[in-house]
Design a protein around this ligand. Structure first.
Ligand code: ASP
Length: 334
């Protein structure tokens, strides 16, 4: 731990010194017109994380002077491949990461991740909060949660529960669900919930717990069946407003809300970070961005939370919140 912090501090210091010594301050030119900003997405294309990153890239482009912002799909290992890739990338502001609640739960859910969430990244601000829904293949006969739980109890380990890999939000939600109903199902990991959704619609898997940003349109089109939401209150989104909370149908205190944040590699110069944070703040007020997110059940965070210190404080609080829950449930993986 200690050498890592020291190394990071030295790198950041060196970057800032370079700026002042050579006059052509890094941040004054940032972002350079001939460069491209890459946002690393740690889950499969077309899924919830990819969707928020693409919408964000579009909204951040203008406040960053029209620079191209591309998505690098570095999916796999429950989001840790993309996070690790970003942690090891050049700390120059041209590589960023959009990641979700997994940044706080992965360190407890997965024992050996190759990076340190709290010391290998610069925190740029939170983006949104997204509820999850418990959904099933379209041929599932159960018409409500009670019937679904009877079917699960009748089939137990024969039930195939999809997720986006160990350490992902769907993994966390699925593990908490299995723990709450005391049934061990067969979990089927994918590189993201976009491919898992394809298999759920096709009936290759039976169940999944996933963000509304991926499930709303499929529920609306009746391509999947929905049985409940993971929030404390029912949702206002038209397609989801009749879904009960899972807590109200017998899963006591069952509550998971996914959030996303923007990160840069540790050591990115402070003034570059300030420019990126400014662009993020503008992007999150973009009416198009807000409309797209709200239409899918997500809530865009307010200005106060689009703050590096607040973001970091929040992630630390989420680690402290989830770590004992995951440990008590005994749901971590190697
Ligand atoms: N929804 C996924 C998860 O369960 C991530 C994704 O596919 O974007 O974590």
């Amino acid at each position: 731990m200690i050498p890592l912090f020291k190394k990071s501090a030295t790198l950041a210091g060196a970057a800032l010194m370079t700026c002042s010594l050579f006059g052509t301050a890094h941040a004054a030119d940032f972002p350079a017109k001939d460069k491209v900003i890459t946002i690393v997405v740690p889950f499969a294309a077309g899924g919830p994380t990819d969707r928020v990153a693409r919408d964000l890239a579009e909204a951040m482009r203008k406040p960053l002077g029209g620079i191209s912002i591309v998505i690098d799909s570095a999916a796999g290992a429950g989001g840790s491949i993309g996070a690790n890739k970003t942690a090891k990338a050049a700390a120059d502001g041209y590589t960023l990461l959009v990641h979700h609640i997994g940044m706080a739960t992965m360190p407890t859910l997965v024992r050996n991740i190759p990076f340190k969430v709290e010391s290998d990244f610069e925190y740029l601000g939170l983006i949104n909060e997204v509820p999850m829904t418990l959904i099933a293949k379209p041929t599932m006969a159960a018409t409500n949660y009670k019937e679904l739980s009877t079917w699960i109890n009748d089939n137990k380990s024969k039930v195939n529960l999809g997720n986006a890999g160990i350490g992902s939000a769907s993994h966390l939600c699925g593990l908490l669900f299995q723990n709450a109903i005391k049934v061990d199902m067969t979990t089927v990991p994918y590189k993201g919930t976009a491919p898992a959704m394809t298999d759920l619609i096709g009936g290759q898997i039976d169940l999944m717990c996933d963000q509304t940003t991926n499930t709303t349109s499929q529920i609306e089109a009746k391509k999947v069946k929905a049985y409940g939401v993971t929030t404390a209150k029912q949702l206002a989104t038209p397609a989801l407003k009749d879904l009960p909370t899972l807590a109200s149908v017998g899963l006591n205190n069952f509550e998971v809300t996914v959030w996303h944040g923007l990160y840069a590699p540790k050591g990115t110069p402070a003034d570059v970070l300030a420019k990126l944070n400014g662009a993020l703040k503008v992007a999150l007020k973009d009416p198009d961005f807000i409309k797209k997110q709200e239409g899918l059940g997500a809530v865009v965070v307010t200005d106060k939370r689009v703050d590096p210190a607040e973001h970091k404080k929040f992630v630390s609080a989420e680690i402290a919140k989830w770590s004992p829950i995951i440990k008590a449930a005994g749901v971590y993986a190697d």
